[in-house]
Design a protein around this ligand. Sequence first.
Ligand code: ADP
Length: 432
Amino acid sequence: MYYPFSWLKSCLKLVLYFFSFALVGWYVDALWVLLLLGVVMLLATNYWHLYKLNRWLWHSRKMSPPTVTGVWEHIYEGIYHLQRRNRTKRKELSGLIKRFREGSEALPDAAVVVDANACIIWCNRLARLDLGLKWPSDAGRRLDNLIRHPAFIEYFHADNFDHPIEVPSPTNPNKTFEYRIMPYGEEHLLLIARDITRISQLEAMRKDFVANVSHELRTPLTVITGYLEFLPVDSQENPMMAKAFNEMTAQTQRMQNLIEDLLVLSRIEASSERIYEHVVDMPVMLQQLEREAQALNKDKGHTITFHVTDGLKVYGVETELRSACSNLVFNAVHYTPPGGVIDVYWQQTAEGVRFCVADNGEGISQAHLARLTERFYRVDKARSRKTGGSGLGLSIVKHVLSHHNSQLEISSVVNQGSQFAFVLNRELLAAS
Ligand code: ADP
């Protein structure tokens, strides 16, 4: 039961205490001696209570305080109340931690928490199984001393956790893990490692399948095209046959384009070529591309102008960059109505080097822009078929640019024209 403490009552008690000593002292004619005795007794009582408090706090196992009265009762009650409150809080917190741990043990992924010094604070059971961590002996050890894969070390120290990375499992090389790091709280990091072995196997199977099918279809198509070239068809004598023959030639040509593009895409997807190994002489490559574009332009009558800064060479994969640039230039030639104006730029900017193809063609409505780089996505299917397009051109561009750490920027206004551009980072600039 809590009684509010009254200073007035305490003071009154003290005054009464000394008054009774003073009264006795006056009566026996030793006032100062009795008052001194009163002070000594008061001090002794308080020291006795301090001694008891100290024993209770440090040596007693009992939670409840000893029975005392007066001011000391309030002090004991206060401490007891604080202790009880702390105990309830501690219980609540340990319950919360227990529930959190149980929840994270139920996670289907390995989870590790590290502090600002990269030392492990906690990990779940899957982290112990899949990442080979030992608990509790690895608590407090640096995570980058325990997971030693170079790709992980680079990712961990790069301090850029926007994208996850794929790394073989440290305990089983046949398994592939996706590591994702999420910073939180006061410079803490949460590492989530997900087993993506099945997904990466399926992805590899898909890539192999497309590459193999495209490769296998190439030979029969070459044979068919070869025979079609030799077939003698007289359009005067047999106009029906001539029409069918022309259609067959056009369709086989389309299939050949499609297969070539699929093979290019597969090659780029599987490419492990390093972009910093070779210098690409872009001005020379663009000169050749200009000649090809002019040849394609014969019956279109566009005005095609190349604005190329001399000596602007970059590090990269030549075949890939050629494929990306030619796709953008040929698209402009194909999708701009006859007599259009096409400008191609290769110039240095503050961020790096910019390649841009601008045309004054029919343009593309905003609704299509976000999906243009998807495989086989076409704005006007019939139109693309007529141009012989495979629907893979911009997809190839996207992959090439992603390999060169860049991305395609498309801006377009219907009936005014389109701009397809990309910027290669300053780091890729090679000395001319
Ligand atoms: P395709 O092989 O059909 O040309 P792409 O992936 O190269 O496939 O292009 C996708 C679609 O984007 C095309 O079908 C076309 O509709 C549109 N497109 C591409 N370039 C241009 C352009 N310069 N002007 C207008 N539309 C374009």
